[in-house]
Design a protein around this ligand. Sequence first.
Ligand code: ADP
Length: 390
Amino acid sequence: MKIMAVNAGSSSLKFQLLDMPSEGVITSGLVERIGYYNAVFTMKKDDEKITVTQEILNHKEAVHLVVEGLIKNGIIESLDEIKGVGHRVVQGGEIFKNSAIITDEVIEQIKSLSDLAPLHNPANITGIEAFRSFLPNVIQVAVFDTTFHQTMTEDAFLYATPYEWYQNYGVRKYGFHGTSHQFVSERAVELLDNPKAKVIVCHLGNGASLCAVDGGKSVDTSMGLTPLEGIPMGTRSGNIDPTVLMLIADKENKSYAEVLDDLNKRSGFLGVSGISNDSRDILREMRNGNHRAALAHQIQVKRIADYIGSYYVYMGGLDAIIFTAGIGENEGFVRASILQAVKVLGVEVDPVENAKRGERLITTPNSKVKAFIIPTNEEVMIAREVMRLK
Ligand code: ADP
């Protein structure tokens, strides 16, 4: 059965067509620069990459191009073959404790959460509406980045701010990357053959977050009201004293929104190093002796170790640390640095295994806490959710 997994951003639309329940990828693709005359549509056909550059004014046109491309390239014969569509939605607030079959009411509820995710939820809705117009009779499911973290208890998700801020405006930690944390931690539980396992997932991509998973449930996570909180990332600062906002606004004559933009887009690896948001550039320049590149790496490692230590204590133990996403899956040096920083927990890296790629154990048999690389797959998780709710 063919299921489509969709991730719509404000000017992009990523998709993957999966064969379920085998979870094989039939094709995948991307529309970029939606809203521009030189939008780019790419799609895989066998091992070939098809690229079309043309004007694509909105998401509806983008989806039209995608479904047309699927038929034209012989990937499907008719749209009837697509039996379900799953959409990534960033913010599900406290409304969505689970994935949801999309109805008019669900769309209204997702829109009502836009205050909490002004950059993301409206974009996700445009993707949903576009697919609904082409596939009106096919089940569509919203899969939220936040639902996996809805199991956090109040002590973990509340900020120590006036309680009315939470009651009146929903100010609390929601956490993100939930589909990834869920996919990876479910696999970790299988590998450990222990449904009660306590694991910490390090999703280290351009955006990065950690999640403490106890017995299959998220009990704490590093991102907060928005993805800005937590560890330093490619361009995000992670945690800072909020007073910085006022100080920089004052010194640089900026609005709070502009300073927030600096914290989201010009901080992290990019801000500290002044070189790049990409870990490959940071590590290369660090090896060339660049002090600020080394600092960007070291600050991230230190902060990740801080979180691992605190989650270890909060869960009262730890069975495994899991690495996933671009950096987590590919940068052995970063993994080794983090594991070295938490060595006191009884972690012993196996340098031979850690130098490899793909799903594997990267600690020695003596290691008290294990560590694994587990490649993430948010699309499969989305397709599984569609199958579950069908
Ligand atoms: P996101 O999905 O948040 O944009 P990714 O999970 O794709 O991010 O991760 C991007 C990060 O992974 C970048 O910092 C990049 O340098 C790093 N990375 C390191 N090695 C690789 C690799 N071989 N392929 C892709 N990304 C890599």
